[in-house]
Ligand binder design. Sequence first.
Ligand code: PMP
Length: 429
Amino acid sequence: MNTATSHDLFTRAQALMPGGVNSPVRAFKSVGGEPFFAKRAEGAYLIDVDGNRYVDYIGSWGPMIAGHAHPKVLAAVAEVMSDGLSFGVPNALEVTMAETLRRLVPSMEMSRMVNSGTEATLSAIRLARGATGRSRIVKFEGCYHGHGDSFLVKAGSGALTFGLPNSPGVPKALADLTLTLPYNDFEAATKLFEDVGSEIAGLIVEPIVGNANCILPRDGYLQHLRALCTKHGALLIFDEVMTGFRVALGGAQARYGITPDLSTFGKIIGGGMPVGAYGGRAELMRQIAPSGPIYQAGTLSGNPVAMAAGLATLELIQAPGFHDALEANTHKLCDGLERAAREAGVAVTTTRSCAMFGLYFTDQKVETYAQAIASDSAAFGRFFHAMLRRGVYFAPSAFEAGFLSSAHGDAEIGHTIEAAREAFREIRG
Ligand code: PMP
């Protein structure tokens, strides 16, 4: 595989940008080797600057659920773009977006658009603190909610990948206000709320943990968290930046039948443009400026081009049977990967929820963060490269979920399983 142009670019980039990248996991540091540089993307494929094609199971880390460069999304962007890129005054698409969010996710009675998932989550906890007058927040080990100071405590995703779950630069006084819990542990949550429930402004959770690979909630766990928050007057915040519109049209809250007080979104609602959103109960959202005293703002928030890309994507995913087809394909892929591993004598388990999946090198069923990090990440790294050489791109970290899009069909899934059959044999040695 010729990667000469990528190599040259990465050499230049490393002198200019930390690690040669603008976001840590892209650097391939935990799996070794060098990243490829994208030239373009179409459907289920990424094409690099040297002309190599990869079946892509990352989809720009989530947004591309309808496949890369979808003609309808590109057309919507082109149409809006010709009227100007940003106005700094309200535009009609922002209203349509808020209406669409409320229709698809009924708990989003009111919403505010921002420019990233990070902005959405840090705004949501400011609101939780402002609305309750309390300071402490609760998060879960291995959950990642963007790089806001309060969240870089036992964080997942790149922070976990690089062994930096607690980042230098976060003042201790602030980090001390973030309490952490083991995900899927009922008693630990009950005990924490019994001890300090009256000081907790909000509990934020990835309802399905996609930043420690992919951990599903145990039966009743999210209901348990809902009940604890209600009992102790804390706000329940679902971080659906990853799960939103992916695990069901109405997100994880629809899939599990839970109504959070606040939710955060990103990725899919921007269709590939930089977008995030937070929202929830109207009475809470009215406390945000200018209707209330809690401040949050953004020069480019509600940007018309970004709204157009997001709305076109949300339109596509409302097609009848869209998520059912994705779910069926995810099962096909994961069953095939498990079968291929078994045949090669390699211990692998998968987890799935609609268009999102986890792949762990372990023979155990993974339900906790401790089990996730105990899986064999070195074996994952070898598998990652063996697949990359065969034109299949999984996330370059053992702690990131994989994503399917509607452009992943039998051809791509068949190729992936065939490649995996060889890759498992190769890494077994
Ligand atoms: N929350 C979750 C659950 C995420 O997965 C991410 C990013 N992967 C974020 C928040 C942060 O979003 P962004 O990278 O857009 O700031």
